[in-house]
Design a protein around this ligand. Structure first.
Ligand SMILES: Nc1ncnc2c1ncn2[C@@H]1O[C@H](COP(=O)(O)OP(=O)(O)O)[C@@H](O)[C@H]1O
Ligand SMILES: [Mg+2]
Length: 291
């Protein structure tokens, strides 16, 4: 009889709750432990503990590590790696997926189409890129989420003033080619060698970013074979068996803009093409325990 540990922030997201409910119908036991309540011990023995109890005896661990917990979460996963505990990804995935530059770099190396991207940390180096860009460009904070750190910059004057502000804030930046799109992007969720859900996000009128946080709406969508293949390669690039891959359908084909280790599934589950996503993800976890 198998048991599952879910490691997530104390205030669980709706997606995490959905996964836990689905898991309770499949696993004998499902325990939830808030990331911050874990302690790691290095002494004559090593330990991953909660309430003095070892967390090493679970058949599978499903982490949901948000950006606030990325550093501590990395060390938890690193220790679980050391003890060969089954889970969707090793610690290295956190370093890749929680940094948009690392994601784009690893993705491109693995043959995944991505927008041309330049990573800079100063006004000087950002300004130097301007003559190589064709406007509009997208400027992003390297570890933002929810569309909050994403700016669309129409021309050189605006770009220079953005770079100046970011320099004052000592912020490193991604400068990306803008991929033409009608305010839509698509997401595919990978669990192992299966696409367990897909949909389209349509941005609110007058908004270029399709994030739900900014009023985006879900729509049914089935991925093409090409898009599926790209999702599998993107998962491989971040070294995780469970991921959400966000793509934009450009004139030159699909391009990946983001890979997320914690698939948001709430909106997807409301569509026909994503309705069983929670069940399929936990079924994958359950099957992994038999390997
Ligand atoms: N290079 C790009 N070209 C066109 N639109 C983009 C590009 N990058 C991001 N976007 C739009 O902005 C949204 C947010 O960008 P993303 O990189 O996913 O950041 P976040 O992690 O904040 O969601 C995307 O969902 C997409 O709608
Ligand atoms: Mg996004």
């Amino acid at each position: 009889m198998v048991n599952l540990l879910v490691l997530a922030p104390r205030k669980k997201s709706i997606s995490t709750d959905m996964l836990i409910s689905a898991a309770k119908r499949m696993f004998k036991r499902v325990d939830f432990v808030p990331l911050r309540e874990v302690s790691l011990e290095v002494s004559d023995k090593f330990g991953v503990l909660h309430d003095e109890i070892s967390l090493l005896d679970y058949d599978y661990v499903l982490p949901r590590i948000d950006s606030k917990h990325a550093s501590f979460g990395y060390h938890i996963i690193k220790m679980l790696d050391f003890f060969d505990v089954k889970k969707p990804y090793p610690a290295e995935s956190i370093l890749i997926a929680h940094n948009k530059f690392a994601t784009i770099f690893e993705a491109k190396k693995n043959g995944v189409p991505v927008p041309r991207t330049i990573y800079t940390f100063s006004q000087k180096s950002a300004n130097e890129t301007i003559h190589r860009m064709s406007f509009p460009v997208v400027v992003k904070l390297v570890s933002s989420f929810g569309g909050k750190g994403v700016l669309f910059v129409e021309g050189e004057t605006a770009a220079r003033s953005v770079f100046k502000t970011m320099d004052v804030l000592k912020q490193d930046l991604l400068i990306e080619d803008y991929i033409e799109n009608p305010g839509e992007d698509i997401r595919g969720i990978v669990a192992g060698d299966e696409i367990v859900g897909s949909f389209k996000r349509v941005a609110r009128k007058g908004e270029k970013r399709s994030n739900f946080f900014l009023g985006g709406k879900p729509k049914e969508y089935t991925l093409t074979e090409e898009e599926k293949e790209i999702c599998f390669k993107a998962a491989e690039a971040v070294k995780s068996k469970i991921v959400a891959v966000d793509m934009i359908q450009s004139k030159e084909g699909p391009k990946v803009i983001e890979v997320n280790l914690n698939p948001g599934i709430k909106a997807m589950a409301q569509t026909e093409t994503g309705k069983d996503v929670a069940k399929k993800i936990v079924r994958f976890c359950h099957n992994e325990t038999k390997r």
